[in-house]
Design a protein around this ligand. Structure first.
Ligand SMILES: [Zn+2]
Ligand SMILES: [Zn+2]
Length: 133
C-alpha cells in the first residue's frame, strides 16, 4: 500500500512569490506539505491528531484565506475510496473523509525556500510564517 494519501494541486496567488501558480499539496500520514511550483517555497505541516470529527471541523479558518478542496483518496479509517474535504489554512491542514468523518489534522511546522544550489540544504529556512499575523 502506498504511503501517499493525498496529492493534488491548487492554483492561487503564492503567499511567497505572489505569482498565480499551482501549489502542490502532498499529504501522507506522517507529514503534509505545500509547495509553490513557481518559486518552490514549501510549507511543511506535521500531524497533530487523527480522530473522528463530530462537530464539523477541528479548526476554523484563520485570517489567512483557506483553500477548500474536495480530493479523492482512500480513507485510512473506513477504507472507502471517496472524496475527502481538504482544507489548507495558514497554520493547519485538515483532511476529512466524507464517509466516516475521520479527520487528519496537521499543524504548521516550518517553511523553507528551495536552495539555489544542491549543497545549500538549509538556506532560507525560517521557523515562522512570514505572512501570518
Ligand atoms: Zn511562489
Ligand atoms: Zn472514512
Amino acid at each position: 500500500m502506498s504511503d501517499r494519501f493525498i496529492s493534488t494541486k491548487y492554483r492561487t496567488d503564492c503567499y511567497h512569490c505572489r505569482a498565480l501558480a499551482d501549489q502542490q499539496i502532498q499529504a501522507t500520514p506522517n507529514r503534509a506539505d505545500v509547495t509553490c511550483e513557481n518559486c518552490k517555497a514549501t510549507r511543511v505541516f506535521v500531524p497533530l491528531i487523527e480522530d473522528v470529527d463530530e462537530t464539523g471541523m477541528f479548526t476554523r479558518p484563520g485570517p489567512w484565506p483557506a483553500w477548500s478542496l474536495a480530493v479523492p483518496a482512500v480513507c485510512r479509517n473506513c477504507g472507502v475510496d471517496g472524496l475527502h474535504d481538504l482544507v489548507v489554512s495558514c497554520r493547519h491542514i485538515t483532511v476529512r473523509c466524507r464517509n466516516c468523518r475521520f479527520t487528519h489534522l496537521f499543524r504548521f511546522s516550518l517553511e523553507y525556500m528551495a536552495p539555489d544550489k544542491p549543497d545549500e540544504q538549509t538556506s532560507g529556512i525560517v521557523d515562522g510564517h512570514a505572512t501570518c499575523p
